[in-house]
Design a protein around this ligand. Structure first.
Ligand code: ADP
Ligand code: ZN
Length: 604
């Protein structure tokens, strides 16, 4: 049999899938032919199969380097559920466990061994001499590059692999790497004659929405109504600070929504418990700082909310990418406000790579403020050019109306000018709207000529306009002067009527009757309320508990959905479901078929 045919039948037999996703079969072919490769695929794109399948086809053991301990266990559980011999080796294990794993490895009983980079480096010679190694896969390979956004010192030592064994095929995989980082990975790992596989970064099943300039209360109300419409679904809310995660979780609780909290200030044990409960569908919602999700492979996360803006597009895309790994429609919402940008700017300044991080932050802000298809902007960022608008982002769904914003901008600029550019956004809006705020009166701003000239525009709308002006570069933030708004050179041109400016007409927030949040849900989201699906889900949960594995390792949501739709009652039909391989047919086929049969009888 040809490699490609063999790969195809192995895919169905072990993983239950009928066909490869784009690039998977080419990558597999490259590895089987003993060539190095660099794979760039988005989260959920299907990277694992790219080395797991060659591991099955090739003689010996595939070593997988992974920095994430929790992910190792997950991957190994998933492989076991497909009857593939695999194990992991890391610092979380007892000496007895390590010895047992080592014994299996040494005798060649494993097709895959997951290992942390530290362990691989410290035991490199022993590992390589103990048994035949078929290939080495390096997951999260961007960690090797200081250009990337998650540099890890221990990764740099991985160059030892190719230095010592130039002919051993190595596959480096990552979900986030710009051009520079990609080439740096190849250089650092000393890969030779490398085939580069850059898959499309598009995740069309994720809806993208940005909401800007909302007050805390409005933001939280929106989030609550968003969650209430998604009762049985799992989701993550990312916050910038530990305090936010806790207070948000409390607010949700007050509205009868249960959620877990996850941040770096908690003990490892507490964090582990929350993560495990989430993976096992025991907690549906997590309010977390960005520390959460790195080691999570959960395929049925149906939505991701950013309570605050992330620091760059890479992080943002990786975080929203945790939704909808199973390919089913999933929703993402980013809440953006200028304060977040200020805090992040401060972090970037202190980061040691200030220039790079500030420019990345700027790109993120541009994205959040965009008035053109957001997915196009993300894809462009990753050097991918799409000509068509996506139709699944807020801009595509509700294109902003552009208006001549010259007078609006002039009012704001003039007001700032009259304060000698001393005030920040909030005070500026108060002046424009003629507020009787105590602080404002104390500073005599009510005597300014511009006091109250913007009364007819609501505070919310002013927020949106000023944010746009910042992004257009009419205003700048004076970081050294208490974050006051400063008028830029181009701001002056507008102020002195030397040029005009276009602004996107400000929109009302949903609480003031706009439909922008609603249309998404109704048009886009495929609510799964099917009765049979629900029974299958319950069955899956029971089996997962019994076997002590996460529910999605039994079957993912996509497989359950297909079962609910096609209602297979014979083994042959059951095997036709995507995600059902031979091992799963044998383990779970009967039980799930019974469940479907029962449903059909009750329908008669
Ligand atoms: P990544 O590591 O790239 O984030 P995974 O390897 O975890 O993604 O794959 C994401 C999901 O897609 C998993 O549930 C996986 O089983 C599924 N998958 C991978 N390849 C295929 C395929 N060829 N057909 C259908 N589903 C696939
Ligand atoms: Zn779009």
């Amino acid at each position: 049999m040809q490699t490609s045919e063999l790969a195809q039948s192995t895919l169905k037999k072990h993983f239950g899938y009928h066909s490869f996703r784009p690039l998977q079969s080419e990558i597999i072919e490259t590895i089987v032919n003993h060539k190095d490769s660099l794979v760039l695929m988005p989260t959920g794109g299907g990277k694992s199969i790219c080395y797991q399948l060659p591991a099955l086809l090739m003689e010996g053991t595939c070593i997988v380097v992974s920095p994430l301990i929790s992910l190792m266990k997950d991957q190994v559980d998933a492989l076991h559920s497909a009857n593939i011999k695999a194990a992991y080796m890391n610092s979380s294990q007892t000496p007895a466990e390590t010895i047992a794993t080592w014994e299996k490895y040494r005798t060649g009983a494993l097709k895959l061994l997951y290992i942390s980079p530290e362990k691989l480096i410290s035991k490199f010679d022993r590992l390589m001499n103990a048994t035949r190694v078929s290939l080495i896969a390096i997951d999260e390979a961007h960690c090797i590059s200081s250009w990337g956004h998650d540099f890890r010192e221990e990764y740099t030592k991985l160059s030892i692999i190719k230095k010592t064994y130039p002919k051993l095929p190595v596959i480096a995989l990552t979900a986030t790497a710009d051009k520079l980082t990609r080439e740096d990975i190849i250089k650092q790992l000393k890969l030779t004659n490398t085939s580069r596989f850059i898959s499309s970064f598009d995740r069309p099943n994720l809806s993208i929405r940005v909401r800007s300039g909302l007050s805390k209360k409005k933001k939280e109300n929106e989030i609550i109504s968003f969650i209430k419409k998604r009762e049985k679904e799992c989701g993550i809310i990312y916050c910038l600070s530990r305090k936010n995660t806790e207070s948000l979780s409390e607010t949700l609780e007050n509205f009868g929504i249960k959620s877990g909290v996850y941040h770096a200030g908690m003990s490892a044990k507490q964090r582990n418990k929350v993560q495990t409960d989430f993976i096992n569908d025991e907690i549906q919602i997590i309010c977390a700082t960005i520390a959460f999700g790195m080691g999570i492979d959960k395929s049925n996360v149906r939505w991701v909310i950013h309570y605050n803006m992330p620091k760059n597009i890479e992080s943002y895309y990786q975080e929203i990418g945790r939704a909808g790994r199973d390919g089913l429609p999933s929703d993402t919402v980013l809440y953006y406000n200028y304060n977040d940008a200020l805090i992040l700017h401060q972090f970037a300044l202190e980061s040691g790579q200030a220039e790079l991080n500030i420019s990345k932050l700027k790109r993120m802000q541009h994205f959040a403020e965009a008035t053109t298809c957001r997915r196009k902007i993300i894809l462009t960022y990753f050097n991918e050019h799409q000509t068509e608008d996506c139709g699944n982002c807020d801009v595509c769904k509700n294109p902003p109306k552009m208006i001549d914003g010259t007078i609006i901008a002039q009012k704001a600029l003039a007001a700032s000018f009259r304060t000698k550019e001393k005030v920040g956004t909030q005070m500026l809006i108060k002046i424009l709207r003629g507020s009787s705020d105590k602080d404002l009166i104390n500073k005599n701003y009510h005597f300014l000529k511009t006091y109250g000239v913007g009364k007819e525009i609501s505070t919310d709308h002013w927020q949106q306009y000023i944010m746009q002006m910042l992004n257009l570069g009419l205003f700048e933030i004076a970081y050294d002067r208490g974050f006051a708004l400063a008028i830029s050179e181009s701001g002056k041109e507008v102020l002195y009527s030397k040029r005009t400016v276009e602004l996107a007409q400000a929109i009302d927030t949903p609480s003031s009757k706009s439909k922008s949040m609603e249309t998404f849900r109704d048009e886009n989201h495929d609510i799964i309320v099917d009765e049979l699906f629900e029974s299958l889900r319950q069955l899956r949960l029971a089996i997962a508990k019994r076997d002590k594995v996460p529910p999605y390792i039994v079957f993912n949501d996509a497989a359950l959905k297909e079962m609910a739709l096609k209602k297979p009652v014979t083994s042959i039909d059951f095997l036709m479901i995507s995600g059902v391989g031979e091992a799963k047919l044998e383990k779970y086929g009967k039980t799930f078929i019974n469940c479907i049969q029962e449903y059909l009888i009750n329908q008669e």
